[in-house]
Design a protein around this ligand. Structure first.
Ligand code: F0G
Length: 405
C-alpha cells in the first residue's frame, strides 16, 4: 500500500529499513501511498470523532499505536480578529491543544509507534523545544529511553521542563539548533537510536493529519489559504501532503495555497522563495524571539519550497514586534493563547492582507502550532510581572481604580 521513496532520484526503499535519507543520492525521503488501493470512503469518516488515528487507513503503522490521544484540535472561527485584520473568514487551528501542547504530538504518535514496530530500543532528536517535549512524553508511554539535544540557553522554559519531567536525557549543546541536529544525526548513524526529527518521513505522516482535519472540520472543503510558521520546514510539507492525498482520493476538490511565514532574523526559506530558488542558502546566525523557529538550515527546505510553489502559495517574513503584537491580539481578542512562533501565522496574515497578497474575501486558516504556556519567560518579558499589593481592600482598590482619589 505504501513505500518509502527518494524525492530526488525516485529510488524506492523497503518500508521497514531504518533510513532517514536516500542511500544513493542523499535526497529527502517521502512515504508514498498507492491511493488506488485505499478502500476508505469519505462517508466512513463522517461522525467518527477527530483524532490522528481516525485516518488510520492512511497512516503507515501496523502495530497498536503508542497514543496519548493526539489530534482533534479545535478550529476556531475568529470573527473579531478577522474584522481587525480586514478579512472575511478566518479560522485558527489551535495545535497547542495537543497532549504536550504542540503539533509535534501528531508526528510523535506515528514516529514512536514506528520506532517500536521497527524494533528500535531508544529514540533521539535535536530540538528547539517542542519536539523534545513531545518525544520525551511518547518515549515514556512506549517505555523506551529518549535523548534530546537542545541549543543551550535558547529553549523556552516550559519545553525544557516537560522533557525533564518525562525523564529524557536532556543535553544542552553549545551551539544552535542546526549544530544540535547535525550532531544527533551523526549519533543516530552510529548508535541504535531511532532519529525522530522531521527528516524522518514517518513523523510527517502523523502531521499530515492537520490537513485532513481541517478539510474534515470544514465539511469536506478546503480554505483558500493555510498560513503557518516555518522552522525546520517539515510541517508545511506534511500539511500540503495531507490536503493533496485527500484531493487525490476525491474527498475534497482542491488544495489550499500554502503560506509559510518565518521571522525576519531567521528566514532562509523566504529568501529562497524571493529568489525563486528551489533550495536555500543556510543562515549561520539565526535570531528571533520565536525560539521555536530559530533555524538557519532547515532540513526539509526543498520539500517546503515544493509545497509552496506547487500550491501557488507564498512565503514572507514578519518582525519580532509584529509577532508579539499578533500574539497579544490573539490572546486578548479571541482568548487563544499561543507561543511566539505560532503567532507568526497571524502576523503573516495581517502583513499579506495589508500588502494586497491576500484578498479580503478569502477564507483563511492560520495554524497556531504551540501553546502559550510553553514560553512563560517571553510573556513576563513583554507583559511585565504582576502588580503586588498589601493585603487590604484600600490597597486593592487603588490598583484596580488608579484614577479614583
Ligand atoms: N511552531 C512551533 C511552535 C514549533 O515548535 C516549530 C518547530 C515550528 C512552528 C516549525 O515547524 O519545523 O515543521 O517547520 N519546532 C521544532 C522543534 C524545530 O524542535 O520543536 P517546522
Amino acid at each position: 500500500m505504501y513505500h518509502v521513496k527518494c524525492i530526488k532520484c525516485n529510488t524506492e526503499f523497503e518500508r521497514n529499513e531504518v533510513i532517514y535519507t536516500c542511500k544513493k543520492c542523499g535526497g529527502l525521503l517521502v512515504v508514498e501511498y498507492d491511493l488506488s488501493k485505499i478502500k476508505l470512503k469519505r462517508e466512513e469518516l463522517d461522525g467518527v470523532p477527530l483524532s490522528v488515528w481516525k485516518y488510520r487507513a492512511l497512516i503507515p503503522v501496523e502495530i497498536d499505536p503508542i497514543s496519548l490521544k493526539e489530534g482533534g484540535t479545535p478550529l476556531y472561527k475568529c470573527d473579531r480578529l478577522a474584522e481587525l485584520i480586514g478579512i472575511k473568514e478566518l479560522y485558527v487551528k489551535h495545535e497547542g491543544m495537543n497532549p504536550t501542547g504542540s503539533f509535534k504530538d501528531r508526528g510523535m504518535t506515528v514516529g514512536v509507534s514506528k520506532a517500536i514496530e521497527l524494533g528500535m530500543k531508544a529514540v533521539a532528536c535535536a530540538s528547539t523545544g517542542n519536539t523534545s517535549a513531545s518525544l520525551s512524553a511518547y518515549a515514556s508511554k512506549a517505555k523506551i529511553p529518549a535523548v534530546v539535544l537542545l541549543p543551550a540557553g535558547k529553549v523556552a522554559l516550559g519545553k525544557v521542563a516537560q522533557a525533564l519531567m518525562h525523564g529524557a536525557k536532556v543535553i544542552g549543546i553549545k551551539g544552535n539548533f542546526d549544530d544540535a541536529l547535525r550532531l544527533v544525526r551523526e549519533f543516530c548513524a552510529e548508535e541504535e537510536f531511532y532519529l525522530l526529527n522531521s527528516i524522518n518521513p514517518f513523523r510527517l505522516e502523523g502531521q499530515k493529519t492537520i490537513g485532513y482535519e481541517i478539510a474534515d472540520q470544514l465539511g469536506w472543503s478546503s480554505p483558500d489559504r493555510v498560513i503557518l510558521p516555518v522552522g525546520n520546514a517539515g510541517n508545511i510539507t506534511a500539511i500540503f501532503k495531507g490536503f493533496t492525498e485527500f484531493k487525490d482520493l476525491g474527498f475534497i476538490d482542491r488544495v489550499p495555497k500554502m503560506i509559510g511565514i518565518q521571522a525576519e532574523g531567521s528566514s532562509p526559506v523566504v529568501e529562497a522563495f524571493r529568489a525563486k530558488k528551489n533550495d536555500i542558502v543556510p543562515e549561520s546566525n539565526p535570531e528571533t524571539i520565536a525560539t521555536a523557529i530559530r533555524i538557519g538550515n532547515p532540513v526539509n527546505a526543498v520539500k517546503a519550497l515544493n509545497a509552496i510553489y506547487d500550491s501557488g502559495g507564498f512565503a514572507d517574513t514578519v518582525t519580532d514586534d509584529e509577532i508579539v503584537q499578533a500574539q497579544k491580539d490573539l490572546a486578548r481578542i479571541e482568548g487563544i493563547g499561543v507561543e511566539p512562533a505560532s503567532a507568526t501565522s497571524i502576523a503573516g496574515l495581517k502583513k499579506l492582507v495589508d500588502t494586497g497578497v491576500i484578498d479580503r474575501d478569502e477564507r483563511v486558516v492560520c495554524i497556531t502550532t504551540g501553546h502559550l504556556l510553553k514560553d512563560p519567560e517571553e510573556v513576563v518579558g513583554i507583559c511585565g510581572e504582576p502588580i503586588e499589593v498589601e493585603a487590604n481592600i484600600e490597597a486593592l482598590k487603588k490598583v484596580i481604580f488608579p484614577d479614583l482619589p
